[in-house]
Design a protein. Structure first.
Length: 234
């Protein structure tokens, strides 16, 4: 009788053990397993690109994507001025090209107007060609003329160039677009990036043509000593 009671207790103890909850060691293992699962990494934010007049420097393109590669020649740099040049150097070359182009456009018009309209020194009589007219202008008129040029160049430099002592010499500001000094009294500057690039390409094309034209007019007058329109049949 006593042995049967002992056996019954053993059976009941075994049955109760089968329904005992999992201990804390099992819980710790589950937590550790979940912790080992790495959380997905957040995607890195896209780099911020500062657009200047709708343009962003692209090292994979000629001249970092600045307008000027115009058909039929496309990108034309046979002497390799822009080859392996950093962005600041390319912007400086473009600044020089645009400024010289603008001066040449004014010079081309000046040749034609100076030789075919009344002058301060000679009225309607034109005894000298345009190449020699500058030397005939009185100094009292030349001084304010050159003073205005110096002031204009100083303002342009302060807008687009890094001040001496604050960086390497002849360095264009990172936020400066070559040729855009903010002078647009007639409001011709487009706000659309594509339209701005097209206008810039047109200005560059006309400036390049004007540089050739002004140089040709100067050489022609040096060779034959005649006004530009003297040999025209009308």
């Amino acid at each position: 009788m006593f042995s049967r009671s002992i056996l019954s207790l053993v059976v009941l103890a075994s049955s109760a053990a089968a329904f005992t909850p999992v201990g804390s060691s099992g819980t710790r293992s589950a937590v550790r397993l979940n912790a080992d699962v790495a959380a997905p990494e957040e995607a890195a934010p896209a780099p911020v690109v500062n657009l200047i007049n709708g343009w962003a420097a692209d090292a994979s393109k000629p001249c970092y994507g600045l307008p000027g590669a115009i058909s039929p020649l496309g990108f034309f740099d046979p002497l390799g001025f822009t080859k392996d040049k950093e962005l600041s150097g390319v912007k400086r070359l473009r600044e020089a090209e645009i400024m010289h182009g603008r001066v040449a456009m004014m010079a081309t018009v000046g040749y034609l107007i100076g030789e075919n309209t009344p002058t301060m020194a000679f009225g309607f009589d034109h005894p000298i060609i345009a190449n020699n007219q500058l030397a005939e202008i009185p100094g009292t008129i030349l001084f304010p003329f050159f003073l205005a040029i110096n002031i204009s160049e100083a303002l342009r430099a302060s807008i687009g160039w890094v001040e001496p002592g604050l960086g390497p010499l002849f360095t264009i500001r990172e936020s400066y677009y070559p040729g855009d000094i903010g002078f647009d009294p007639l409001g011709l500057k487009p706000t659309d990036a594509t339209e701005f690039a097209n206008m810039q390409a047109k200005e560059i094309s006309n400036g390049r043509l004007a540089m050739l034209a002004a140089a040709g007019m100067c050489v022609a007058e040096l060779v034959n000593g005649k006004p530009i329109l003297a040999d025209l049949p009308f």
